[in-house]
Ligand binder design. Sequence first.
Ligand code: NI
Ligand code: MN
Length: 224
Amino acid sequence: MATAAWLGHSAWLVEGKSAIVLIDPFLDENPMAPCKARDIARADIVLVSHDHFDHLGDAPAISKRTGAMLVGTFELATAVASEHGIKSEGMNIGGSLTIGGVTVHMTPAFHTSGRGQAAGWVVEIDGVRIYHSGDTSLFSDMKLIGDMFRPDLACLPIGDRFTMGPAAAARAVDLIRPRIVAPMHYNTWPPIAQDPEKFRALVGSAAEVAILKPGEKLEVKPRA
Ligand code: NI
Ligand code: MN
């Protein structure tokens, strides 16, 4: 079992017995964040989906202070490691990497990125699998991600404009077939204002929809 706490926007703190994994920790400049970067006392792995400020965020500072391994696309991880003098592992879309008891798979995402390319993640930790799509449009290969990894939890953007909106994200749920889906990347700023209840209605009975408040945690149990 693992717990997944939503820290607002696309930032998640996934905690298992084996490790603490942070995903896209955009905190200090995030008006929705329930904490600041300095409040993250411990992290083992920091995953960065792509090189946009609202995803790279405080990842370098947190890695530097906690000693966490920063993981991203090869180009991004290499550049950030040399700029900030931190530990990093570069990888690329389609690849997997195991650090301690955690295995991460880098998945495709249709989006742009400063350095490297935009990506998503499947995180395997303590017997559960969490798919964090990063910023992306809907794409039909989400079905393959669902077939291969059978995610227990999917974290999907619903903000529209820069990513999927509620209707496309609901179609993504049909392709991925997670047990639980949590919307993210909405209501941070006016251009991505959305009503998550609209997303819940569109998903219907396809998955359990967990609409979290920033700072709220979800227990993710392995499939029976
Ligand atoms: Ni982006
Ligand atoms: Mn974004």
